[in-house]
Ligand binder design. Structure first.
Ligand code: DGL
Length: 255
C-alpha cells in the first residue's frame, strides 16, 4: 500500500506531542509520520473547552482532508476537550487520544500516593474526573495543575532554572510523600530532569505515550494498515519560522 493516506498524523498544541511521537517511532519505525504542532495557539491548557474544540476541529479537518490513515491526538488537553467530538465527526477514521497514566500508576502503587501534574483544563474536564473516580479507592491522588510549564517547553526551556523555579513550589512540599508522579501533559516528559532535580530519583515518573503508541499500532494492525517502510517523519507547525521546527527535531532526538 503506497498512497497519499500512508501517513499517520500526530497532533498537539505544540511540541509536547513529540514525546508521544518518540514512542510511536520506537514501536513502528517503518511508518511515515506527519507531526503537526499548533504552537501559534499554545498553550491550550488555560483556554476554555469551547475554544480548544474549535482549534482542534480546524487542525483535524485539515489533516483528515489531506488523507491521513490515522490521527493521534498527542495532547491530554485536546483529548479531554475534543475526542468525543472528533469521533462523532469522523466515525470511520482511526482516532487515538491520550489520557494521564493514572490507571497504571494506581495499579503499580496500591495504597500509595500518586501526583498528577497536568494542565488546568485536563484536570477540570469530565474525562479526568471519571478517571479519578475509577482510581480513587486504590491510592491517594493529588492533582497538581502546572500553568506556565508548557510555555517554557515551547521556548526550549524544559530543563532550565526557569522550569525549576516554576516547579519547585508545586513539587517540593510533596517530596518524600509521592511514590509516583503522572506526567499528564505531553510537554512534561521533556522537563523530567527539572522534576527529578526537585523530587529526586526515587519517585516513578509515568506518562501515557507508550500506551497511546501501543493502541495506535493495534488499531492499524487490526485495519491492515501497517506500512512496511521506509520510515519518515515530517514536521509542520502553525508558528512560522525555522526555530520551532529545529526545536521539534532536537526534542525528537533528545535522550
Ligand atoms: N501537550 C498538551 C497536553 O498534553 C499541552 C496542552 C497545552 O497546550 O496547554 O495537555
Amino acid at each position: 500500500m503506497n498512497s497519499k493516506s500512508d501517513y499517520i498524523a500526530v497532533f498537539d498544541s505544540g511540541v509536547g506531542g513529540i514525546s508521544v511521537l518518540r514512542q510511536l517511532r520506537a514501536q513502528m519505525p517503518k511508518e511515515r509520520f506527519l507531526y503537526y504542532g499548533d504552537s501559534a495557539n499554545a498553550p491550550y491548557g488555560t483556554r476554555t473547552a469551547q475554544q480548544i474544540r474549535q482549534l482542534v476541529m480546524a487542525v483535524s479537518a485539515d489533516l483528515m482532508d489531506r488523507g491521513c490513515k490515522a490521527l493521534v491526538v498527542a495532547c491530554n488537553t485536546a483529548t479531554a476537550a475534543a475526542i468525543d467530538l472528533l469521533r462523532q465527526t469522523w466515525p470511520d477514521r482511526i482516532i487515538v487520544g491520550i489520557e494521564p497514566a493514572l490507571k497504571p500508576a494506581a495499579e503499580h502503587f496500591p495504597g500509595g500516593c500518586v501526583g498528577v501534574l497536568a494542565t488546568p483544563v485536563t484536570l477540570r474536564e469530565e474525562k479526568f474526573q471519571h478517571l479519578m473516580q475509577l482510581c480513587q479507592g486504590k491510592c491517594q491522588i493529588i492533582q497538581i495543575p502546572a500553568p506556565g510549564l508548557v510555555e517554557l517547553v515551547e521556548q526550549g526551556k524544559a530543563v532550565s532554572p526557569d522550569a525549576e523555579e516554576l516547579l519547585r513550589p508545586l513539587l517540593e512540599p510533596l517530596k518524600g510523600k509521592l511514590q509516583a508522579l503522572v506526567l499528564g501533559c505531553t510537554h512534561y516528559p521533556f522537563a523530567a530532569r527539572s522534576i527529578r532535580a526537585i523530587l529526586g530519583d526515587s519517585v516513578a515518573l509515568l506518562d501515557g505515550g507508550e500506551g497511546t503508541a501501543r493502541e495506535t499500532r493495534r488499531r492499524l494492525e487490526q485495519a491492515g494498515l501497517l506500512w512496511d517502510g521506509p520510515g519518515e517523519i515530517r514536521f509542520e507547525s502553525s508558528l512560522p519560522g525555522d526555530g520551532i521546527l529545529s526545536l521539534s527535531r532536537s526534542l525528537l532526538e533528545q535522550e
